[in-house]
Design a protein around this ligand. Structure first.
Ligand SMILES: [Zn+2]
Length: 225
């Protein structure tokens, strides 16, 4: 019972943290950086200053959809970040550059996360199949496979938890690199740096909340067993 409650609390915390990230993003999106540079310009200049070449910086649709693709060496920035001159744009663009720097340095945790990501995508589909099969067996064939289904779901959740745990240092490291690079390259002053730090910390907390949801889900299922 206690883990069921904690599971629900963790889910609620995820929604609250996401709302906080959106609110901070909107708040700092109204504050232009002092140099009047766009996210794309800053990303390009930081990459150049770090001696990293061969990275394509491209705009994508959506909000907070920014990501770095290490396989295609592509830094995808949402249009608001790509064209925007706000502190939010700079912070998010620099965070994705942080991932590109990790890739260029062969940062161990990023390599481990990338190696695991394919397995997670496959496991996501597999676990849906297991749940559907369990329902078919229970309600159509009147066969009880709930025991084996629960074990498979638990196996998936442990794998997901591992993936989420190795994602945490990758995300915190990219954010730390972002605020340091922006400050050291002279793109922001101390007060702007603190605002960017505030936004990036909130964004990193979404990963912490998601990890807590998985952990509580595992604990409540183990308790049920
Ligand atoms: Zn990231």
């Amino acid at each position: 019972m206690i883990f069921d409650i904690l599971f629900i609390v963790a889910i609620l915390a995820t929604f609250i943290v996401q709302a906080i990230v959106h609110s901070k993003y909107k708040k700092y999106a109204k504050v232009d950086n002092m140099l009047g540079l766009t996210g794309e310009e800053v990303a390009k200049q930081i990459l150049e200053s770090r001696g990293i070449s061969g990275i394509n910086i491209v705009p994508i649709e959506g909000e907070l959809t920014d990501c770095y693709d290490p396989r295609k060496k592509e830094l995808r920035l949402s249009r608001g970040v790509f064209e925007g001159k706000s502190l939010s744009s700079l912070g998010i663009a620099a965070h994705e550059v942080g991932h590109a720097c990790q890739d260029a340095e062969n940062y161990g945790m990023l390599k481990l996360r990338n190696a695991t990501a394919g397995g997670i995508m496959f496991a996501d589909k597999l676990v849906i199949g297991v749940i559907i099969l369990n329902l078919i067996c229970a309600f159509v064939l009147s066969v009880d496979i709930s025991g084996i289904s629960l074990l498979l779901v638990l196996g998936y959740l442990f794998f997901l938890l591992f993936f989420q745990l190795i994602t945490l240092p990758v995300e915190f490291d990219a954010s730390k690199r972002a605020e340091t690079m922006l400050y050291n390259c002279g793109f922001v002053v101390e007060s702007e740096r603190n605002k960017i730090k505030d936004l990036l910390f909130a964004a990193a907390m979404t990963y912490v909340a998601a990890t807590a949801v998985t952990l509580m889900n595992i604990l409540r299922l183990l308790r049920r067993r």
